[in-house]
Design a protein around this ligand. Sequence first.
Ligand SMILES: NC(=O)c1ccc[n+]([C@@H]2O[C@H](COP(=O)([O-])OP(=O)(O)OC[C@H]3O[C@@H](n4cnc5c(N)ncnc54)[C@H](OP(=O)(O)O)[C@@H]3O)[C@@H](O)[C@H]2O)c1
Length: 291
Amino acid sequence: MTPATTFALIGAGRVATTLGVLLERAGHRIVAASGRSASRERVRRYLPQARFVPATEAARAGAVVVLGVVDDVIEPTCASLAEAGAFRVGQHVLHLSGSMGIATLSRAARAGAVTLSLHPLQSFPEVDEGLARMAGSGVAVTSSSEEGLLFGESLARDLGGVPFRVPDEVKPLYHAAAVFSANYLVVVEAAAERLLGRAGVPGPLELLRPLARTANERAFDLGPANALTGPAARGDVGAIHRNLAALSEAAPELVAAYRALAEVASDIATESGRLPAEQRLAVREELSRWS
Ligand SMILES: NC(=O)c1ccc[n+]([C@@H]2O[C@H](COP(=O)([O-])OP(=O)(O)OC[C@H]3O[C@@H](n4cnc5c(N)ncnc54)[C@H](OP(=O)(O)O)[C@@H]3O)[C@@H](O)[C@H]2O)c1
């Protein structure tokens, strides 16, 4: 456990507010918060003991300053707080972005603060869902100093998370993995729903649920390479041809996505020894015929 300390939330968004509630439960105090009207409402509802004040005043009040604003606003917010003299030696200043580097906090570091980022590997559609989901989630910790890393790991455990270190220079790559794992998984189901709809099948989502659930569970139970099935993984060029011919008629906007995913699927099947190289070549040749 991190020794009890005080926090300021600069931007009480969905993630910062969720973390604020969990930090309070771990014995810390959220002493101040700032932001726009939605932040004010979250603080009123979830962190009523915190003062809602202008950002400079809030940042001065906390031993730890959480820049909970959206990614593009992290660097300018940090710069304007530094300009106003809101940071000091010994303070910890962190942001919550998965893809932004630590350099976005360089103005705080120049003022003597220890800088780091904490990125929960979880999605937070709203605060209540975040609170329910956070326990057991991974938390990526990034800092240029060992002190920052140790502090971040300790905070991550206070949140009920499982910390792991991510070097600053690989954060965008790390974040791309999260985008595939969560966001594009949803996109793939949306594509399947659209196609069943265009095929005239009623209630597509309910029909897809057992199929998608089983595939996802198997990917984690067996590992994706062993769980993978389907025409690209078994080198079924005829089925790929029929799929792509149908897509180019009824859903041409999904041809590129089908091709891209089929290429990755055939790579995985070949790398895991399930699809001989010449069959993979045949799959690739078929895919290259469709644009
Ligand atoms: N959402 C997720 O699932 C998730 C997961 C992991 C990490 N993150 C990271 O967590 C951080 C916060 O994300 P979030 O989802 O909590 O965001 P959010 O709820 O949409 O907003 C975060 C804060 O940024 C403020 N804000 C938004 N646009 C602004 C602008 N143009 N100028 C000034 N302030 C602005 C919001 O103000 P008001 O609400 O007061 O209007 C709020 O205080 C980001 O770095 C994000 O990458 C998000």
